[in-house]
Ligand binder design. Structure first.
Ligand code: ATP
Ligand code: MG
Length: 589
């Protein structure tokens, strides 16, 4: 139970529905625990009066007859209102948790997201919050009503035993109720471990579906259909096995408690026989006893549900409690538009602490420079570029722009000054227009169209079925690679940021598209500080500054002429690229 304490603050926010729920729950418990036993005790003797006393008046008869309906009416109304308000509270709390989960995903460092399978995160956000919802609803429905019923019926039992039959009976009756705690605790322990497993396996199943769908083409190209299905079947089988284990333990609880309660009733019967108890008192005790075992059974089920909920909570907390390492500083430096001078001073960086990716990188890129990053695959070029918008944080040293450490700036201010055109631009499943607008959400329609024209995208967009209002499809699948790139360039035009990061596409496009993109890029880079991760020799040659990366270090810098003459690595990279570039353009002809 303590597990859930940190979440009480969510309940505080919903006190306007939570408090009425508690009040109705208390009323339900009192009516439920006392109504029927009191009836057997006080109403039955009047109706089944065997002493031949005076018959009841009509008025008395009516009030006797009204007892049962009144009990059920009160019980029903209070029970209903309790369930309604508590479910309302529960679902609102859940909504808040789900929202917090999603909000957290927006601000967590990229490394956190990349280190996990998307499907598993999806499953945490849906299946685990779903499980938590079940828990909330079960607990909400029975969590108050049942314990309160238990208290009032035990209270009644004690009262009866003290006033009529002595203390022994009360001990017999009540002593058996706590016996039920043992099966409840035993089963709870078994359930929690397996519930965690179930949720993890759900994550695996959903991960496989997500991965499979995102690689639909590769699955077909490599004929992986059968293998993927086999793996999926195994994951499903494992999931079902674990789910059945949870059911196995959870379902054993009810019979266990029923057996204990049957023993309790037998004891009472024996005791009643010895004491020569009247049938009214006996029936009323049995009723109260039955009414106190029923809640224990339900409390057991609640306990199981709580365990499952806490397993899910644990999985959600992996996200909810993850510290946001890359966050706004307490007192950010206020900035407007930056000039765009980028400086790295002794920067070390590693994705995983044991494998250094950048090592003592020091470089100053003056504002307005077109700077090409070259080097073998895995040398650290993309990593270097990713440190500028603070997608990752340098482990040592500093990255600064215009002399301001990027950690001193508000993230939105920093990133507003940077435009990004990535190797494989991602479009959202929205209209082309809205996808362009992401560059600068407050742009006018004229500005959006002007940007599209500058990026040579206007023509092809107009030729689409619904022009600018055409949907792009998930991740932009309805557009070609070259079209997506032009949309990304148009976005960068709109953003008009002083710093531009360009990860050049590796695959050569067809001649016309390629030429359009190159011209668009030439227009785009004017007056900006540009980091180009260059894969084409034409780009490299045009750059005013070239940084040569090798194994996480900048091994040389200069312009093309200097480097070609003085750096072996650069010369060999350049020659190789020129050859493959040459081949590619020959092939394209
Ligand atoms: N998200 C990541 N998590 C862990 N390691 C990573 C991650 N991204 C890159 N790396 C590792 O960091 C090193 C540098 O990668 P980086 O992407 O910066 O290389 P690159 O120079 O851009 O290569 P390429 O030319 O192939 O794009 C590589 O060894 C790579 O395996
Ligand atoms: Mg790269």
């Amino acid at each position: 139970m303590r597990r859930f304490f940190p979440y009480i603050r969510y309940l505080k926010a919903e006190r306007r529905t939570f408090l009425p729920a508690v009040v109705y729950g208390v009323m339900f418990g009192a009516v439920n625990g006392l109504g029927l036993p009191l009836m057997t005790k006080y109403v039955f003797p009047i109706v089944f009066d065997s002493s031949g006393g005076p018959r009841l008046t009509t008025w008395e008869l009516l009030s006797v007859a009204a007892w049962l309906p009144m009990v059920f009416l009160l019980r029903g109304v209070c029970g209903y209102l309790n369930s309604y308000y508590i479910t309302l509270t529960g679902t609102r709390v859940l909504e808040a948790i789900r929202l917090d989960f999603f909000r957290k995903l927006q601000v967590l460092p990229l490394s956190f997201i990349q280190g996990r399978s998307a499907g598993d995160l999806v499953s945490r956000g849906l299946a685990d919050t779903g499980q938590l919802q079940n828990t909330l609803i079960t607990v909400a429905n029975d969590g108050l009503k049942q314990p309160l019923t238990l208290f009032s019926s035990i209270g009644y039992l004690s009262y009866l035993a003290f006033t009529e039959q002595g203390v022994v009976l009360v001990l017999v009756c009540i002593a058996l109720v706590p016996l039920c705690v043992f099966p409840v605790r035993y089963v709870g322990k078994k359930v929690v471990k397996r519930a965690y497993q179930v949720q993890a396996q759900l994550g695996d199943v959903s991960g496989q579906i997500t991965e499979n769908l995102s690689a639909a083409r590769e699955v077909r190209a490599f004929s992986l259909e059968a293998r993927a299905t086999e793996r999926f079947a195994a994951a499903c089988r494992a999931l079902i096995t674990s789910q059945l284990k949870v059911v196995k333990y959870a379902q054993a609880l009810t019979p266990a408690i029923e057996i204990v309660s049957a023993c309790g009733i037998s004891f009472t019967l024996l005791y009643a026989y010895r004491e020569g108890m009247s049938i009214d008192t006996f029936l009323s005790i049995i009723m109260a006893l039955y009414l106190s075992y029923e809640p224990v059974k339900k409390v057991g089920a609640i306990n199981n549900e709580l365990k499952r909920g806490s397993a899910s909570l644990e999985r959600l907390e992996v996200v909810l409690n993850e510290p946001v390492r890359i966050a706004d500083p307490a007192t950010p430096v206020e900035i407007g538009r930056l000039r765009g001078e980028i400086a790295f001073a002794n920067v070390n960086f590693a994705y995983h602490t044991d494998v250094p990716v950048l090592q003592s990188v020091t470089v100053r890129i003056p504002a307005g420079t077109v700077c090409a990053l070259v080097g073998p695959s895995g040398a650290g070029k993309s990593t270097f570029a990713n440190l500028v918008p603070r997608f990752y944080e340098a482990a040592a040293g500093s990255v600064s722009i215009d002399g301001l450490d990027v950690r001193a700036l508000r993230l939105t201010d920093l990133r507003r000054n940077i435009a990004l055109v990535s190797q494989e631009p991602v479009l959202f499943n929205d209209t082309i227009y809205n996808n362009l607008l992401l560059g600068r959400p407050d742009a006018t329609r004229e500005e959006v169209i002007a940007a599209a024209k500058n990026a040579f995208a206007d023509d092809f967009i107009r030729n689409l079925a619904q022009g600018y209002d055409t949907m792009a499809g998930e991740r932009g699948v309805l557009l070609s690679g070259g079209q997506k790139q032009r949309i990304a360039i148009a976005r960068a035009f709109l953003r008009n940021a002083p710093i531009l990061i360009l990860d050049e596409a590796t695959s050569a496009l067809d001649g016309e598209s390629e030429a359009a993109i190159q011209t668009a890029l030439k227009r785009l880079v004017v007056g900006k500080t540009v980091l180009i991760i260059a894969h084409r020799f034409s780009t490299i040659r045009d750059a005013t500054m070239i940084l040569v990366f090798d194994q996480g270090r900048i091994v040389a810098q200069g312009d093309h002429r200097q480097l070609y003459a003085g750096n072996d690595l650069y010369r060999s990279l350049y020659d190789r690229q020129q050859m493959s570039g040459g081949l590619a353009s020959t092939a394209a002809v």
